[in-house]
Structure formats: C-alpha cells, structure tokens
Design a protein around this ligand. Structure first.
Ligand SMILES: [Zn+2]
Length: 116
C-alpha cells in the first residue's frame, strides 16, 4: 500500500528527530499535504491509526494526526497568469499553451510534531 510506505517514511523522519531530542513519545504530528502530492489524506489517517493501534514506533496512545491541505496552484511561464490546475501539467487558460508550471500543491512534508 503506497500510503502506508509514505506514512512509514514520514513517521521514521519524525521518530529519528524525536530520538535525537531524547523524546520518549510522539503525541501529535502535523503534515502538509498538497492536493497533487499523490498522498491521500484518508489513507494517511487510516495508516496512522494502524501504526498507533499496533503500538509501532513512538506514537503515544492518544497521538493525533493533523493534516493541513495545500491547494494546487500553477503559474504560466509565458503570460504569468496564475490559476488552479487539476493536474501537474496543465494548459494555461489565458494563452492556451501547455506552459503552466506547478508552484504549489505537490508538498508532502512534516510541518511540526509534539512529543515529550
Ligand atoms: Zn499563459
């Protein structure tokens, strides 16, 4: 399951950092997930719940996952028009050229986490 792997990787990043700060557990993880990042929030939440329920890693019993969505945004390199694309490569609605470049919406990262 793709999201499970992503979740594992991103939790591993959090845990490595938490360990280096001598945290014993992680209580809250906040992620930024772009609309075009390929990471599905529902699947991420389910995977997080599975990790927590199995007692894997450092997630505490009441650990919380907060997902902040990032809207997709493209900018045309020819005319500079900014718009909301429905995919990574898109046609500029102003000049009708395939010149849109994604400037937001691909993010998939840890914004912050809390632990103790
Ligand atoms: Zn354009």
């Amino acid at each position: 399951m793709h999201e499970m792997a992503l979740r594992g990787d991103i939790l591993q990043l959090v845990e490595n950092d938490a360990r280096s700060r001598n945290f014993k557990q992680v209580d809250k993880v906040e992620l930024i997930v772009g609309d075009l990042s390929n990471a599905m929030p529902d699947a991420l939440e389910m995977a997080f719940d599975v990790f927590r329920a199995r007692g894997l890693g450092m997630l505490s019993e009441g650990a919380q996952l907060v997902i902040h969505k990032e809207a997709a945004r493209s900018k045309c390199v020819i005319c500079g028009h900014e718009y909301t694309p429905d995919r990574r490569l898109s046609i500029c609605p102003e000049c009708a050229l395939p010149s849109g470049r994604l400037i937001a919406g691909e993010t998939f990262k840890v914004q912050s986490y809390e632990g103790s």
